[in-house]
Ligand binder design. Structure first.
Ligand code: PNS
Length: 162
């Protein structure tokens, strides 16, 4: 792949996201992690856009050809602006499939020059989500090994997790 977008809400980034970004980076010349400013689901994010961008930047520091950018437009428009023709998303359990299938189909309908590709989550991260991480942290559980170190600290500051 040449230039690919790995989009998401990343509220916050997890080790599952990191695994997808690293595996996508291994097969692309350049990866842009696109951070959606206003998620289309549920309540607002726990972390601001600037905080989510900073946490990802810190976590991907070791990956030379990965950059992080916020976006507030349609994903296909963001991809077009960035000169990317591929959207890479992670796929976990079957529960992800319907939503991802819908988004991929609609994005294809909006712009047929942009292809969505999926990377299967490894079993270890199959059931990991940002929501679960926030719930564990909010109830004082340990999120060690589930999120990058910087996120652990940020969650502790925000929610008072150990
Ligand atoms: O972290 P998520 O929930 O998997 O990310 C969803 C995201 C941000 C990729 C999706 O909501 C998105 O693409 N938002 C941008 C707006 C858009 O293009 N919507 C149409 C897609 S159907």
């Amino acid at each position: 792949m040449k230039r690919a977008i790995v989009p998401g809400t990343f509220d916050p980034i997890t080790c599952g996201h990191m695994d997808i970004i690293e595996r996508a980076a291994a097969h692309s010349d350049e990866i842009i992690v696109g951070v959606a400013e206003s998620p289309d689901k549920g309540e607002g994010p726990l972390f601001t856009t600037a905080e989510r961008v900073a946490l990802i930047e810190d976590a991907v520091e070791h990956l030379a050809h990965v950059t992080v950018k916020p976006f507030a437009t349609l994903l296909v428009d963001f991809a077009e602006e960035e000169g990317a023709t591929v959207i890479v998303k992670g796929l976990r359990a079957v529960t992800d499939f319907e939503r991802e299938f819908q988004m991929a189909a609609l994005n294809w309908r909006l712009d047929k020059t942009i292809e969505t590709m999926f990377i299967m989550a490894i079993p270890e991260y199959m059931y990991l989500s940002s929501s679960a991480v926030k719930e564990i942290a909010a109830h004082d559980g340990s999120v060690k090994g589930l999120v990058p170190r910087g996120v652990e600290e940020a969650l502790a500051l925000k929610l008072g997790a150990p």
